[in-house]
Design a binder for this molecule. Structure first.
Ligand SMILES: Cc1ncc(COP(=O)(O)O)c(C=O)c1O
Length: 376
């Protein structure tokens, strides 16, 4: 069996044509405005506002700080119900606001928060639900909205993976009180590093703008103890350029996903999430599969290691569960997290990125098939 002669990583940032970027650099060199709400950032915010069809957007230098600031601006405190099956930043943002994360289980198809588990975990101290559209899979939007409404909780979505996803023709950002998007280089859509909040309450914009810029109202007035979370002009330029290519990025990822699903369907012990229902336009940002050891013949961890021998570098997103990291082990977790634990033990995300060739996807599938066949 052949191996790749160069490493195939789980992702590889898309870069727009270099001429497009250098053209934009001329504007920066002309203005000498590198950051602090420069003209490119203002243009970018306008583009995103059109893209998401809402005036309520605010840009940040990364998604983590955006989420931290969102929680602070909304005055969230006490306990927040959240998922243990996500990237660490989701929970860290709670911790930095001195909020207690309450981890509850996920549902088995798309790995998003299980609404029943959410409802069971509500206490008098609960103030919000922080749900994650993990891999870009929309959460159970109606059920979570209903729970939030009945219990008077704020509903915040970590949509870090969900850029470009729509539900019933509406951007995913229109659900819940607040959504966070990450534009980190590893994401399908990126601005090198970056983050964006979208929100329903237009009144939050001014607080978010203060908080990301040290709390400055003007030259002499600081109205709150803010931090520095501003996006710079280079990030904004990259963000504008990558946005032009978004449709192509999603379309090529869709084709890659179709090949994986077609080719690996026949391999025992490889389980894909169901395809999204017709009312969802998905972004194909990740390619998660569950490896069912008893059927595949090898554990997820063994396959993960074996693939490296072929120069295929998959990732175990998201393993371990957040509650198992040393920094959160002290938290008591009442929910047995049965599905989360099972999925974290089985999940493997396969390479998917813009210039991954279909022939390379076919070869990754051949390798996985061959590894299984060799087990006898
Ligand atoms: C689910 C999730 N939340 C939050 C973040 C934090 O975003 P950033 O890397 O832009 O700080 C990320 C990605 O990195 C993420 O995957």
């Amino acid at each position: 069996m052949k191996k790749f002669d160069k490493p195939i990583y789980v992702t590889r940032p898309f870069l727009p044509p270099l001429e497009e970027f250098t053209e934009g650099l001329k504007e920066i060199w002309g203005s000498h405005l590198l950051t602090n709400r420069g003209p490119i950032l203002r243009r970018y915010e306008q583009r995103l506002s059109e893209f998401f069809d809402t005036p309520n957007v605010c840009l940040f230098n990364n998604g983590t700080l955006a989420l931290q600031i969102a929680l602070q601006a909304m005055g969230i405190s006490g306990e927040v119900i959240t998922t243990p099956f996500t990237f660490v930043a989701t929970t860290h943002a709670l911790y930095w606001n001195k909020i207690r994360p309450v981890f509850v289980d996920i549902e088995p198809d798309y790995y998003t928060l299980d609404p029943e588990a959410v409802e069971a975990a509500i206490t008098p101290w609960t103030t919000a639900i922080l749900a994650v559209h993990v891999y870009g899979h929309p959460c159970k939007l109606d059920a979570l909205a209903e729970i939030a409404r009945r219990h008077n909780l704020r509903l915040i979505y970590d949509a870090a993976h969900a850029f470009g996803v729509t539900v019933d023709g509406k951007s995913i950002c229109h659900f819940g009180d607040m959504s966070l998007f990450s534009f980190h280089a590893t994401k399908l859509y990126h601005s090198i590093e970056g983050g964006m909040l979208s929100f329903q309450d237009a009144g939050l914009k001014i607080t978010l703008d203060y908080l990301k810029n040290f709390g400055f109202k003007n030259e002499t007035e600081v109205v709150m103890p803010g931090t520095n979370a501003k996006m710079n002009e280079f990030q904004a330029l990259m963000g504008i350029l990558v946005l032009r290519h978004l449709d192509g990025l999603i379309e090529r990822a869709r084709k890659i996903d179709a090949v994986y699903r077609k080719r690996l369907k026949e391999v025992p012990g490889i389980k894909f999430p169901p395809t999204q229902p017709n009312n969802v336009a998905y972004n194909y940002a990740y390619e998660p599969v569950e490896i069912i050891e008893e059927e595949f013949g090898m554990s997820r961890d063994a396959l993960y290691q074996k693939l490296k021998e072929f120069n295929v570098h998959s990732r175990r997103y998201f393993y371990p569960l957040l509650c198992d990291y040393a920094c959160y082990q002290g938290l008591s977790v009442k929910d047995p997290l049965i599905v989360s634990r099972r999925v974290a033990e089985r999940i493997l995300t396969l390479p998917i990125y813009d210039d991954l060739k279909i022939a390379e996807v076919e070869m990754i599938c051949d390798i996985i098939q061959q590894i299984h066949n060799d087990l006898g």
